[in-house]
Design a protein around this ligand. Structure first.
Ligand SMILES: [Zn+2]
Length: 166
């Protein structure tokens, strides 16, 4: 069952700003030749770490924005900082990235476009299905609670994928 999309005004303005930044990073990733995904991690103290997809430019099949962000955040931050952080991402984390978020101890995720909506666009355009497993479903099997907020109805989150997956 898919959650209904939240309106942008239904989330905190600070959360919305970070989400819009994640979408801007997705566009930047696309512009440089990577898949259109971006993500931002923000700690309780306001430390910000950003990452983009690097599947093409990094020749890394698992170089998703969130996996890259979890890795970079782990290198730069303390475990306690991760435990108080929120990860914002332009599109709902895939099953692999959701696993990475879980293992990092990140307690909160906010995403714009849903995996289901992405999956519909990708399959229609390329014929190749996504890994159709909602992040909430992955996290429901975990031993710690991870709050998931989304989808958030931001047109830019859809637009960044348009005509990319042909
Ligand atoms: Zn992923």
């Amino acid at each position: 069952m898919e959650n209904a999309a939240l309106a942008p005004q239904d989330i905190e303005p600070a959360d919305l700003a970070h989400l819009e930044r994640a979408i801007a990073l997705a566009q930047a990733a696309r512009d440089r030749g990577d898949h259109p995904f971006g993500a931002v991690l923000v700690t309780a103290e306001g430390v910000v770490v950003e990452a983009m997809n690097t599947v093409n430019t990094g020749h890394n099949p698992i170089g998703h924005a969130e996996t890259n962000l979890v890795y970079d955040s782990g290198q730069q931050l303390e475990v306690a900082q991760l435990a108080g952080s929120t990860l914002f991402t332009s599109t709902e984390p895939c099953a692999m990235c959701t696993g990475a978020i879980y293992w990092a101890g990140i307690p909160r995720v906010v995403f714009a476009l849903s995996e289901a909506d992405l999956g519909a666009m990708v399959t229609e355009q390329s014929g190749v299905p996504t890994l159709a497993l909602p992040s909430r479903e992955v996290l429901a099997h975990g031993g710690r609670v991870v709050e998931v907020v989304g989808p958030v109805a931001l047109p830019a989150a859809t637009e960044v994928h348009l005509e990319f997956w042909d």
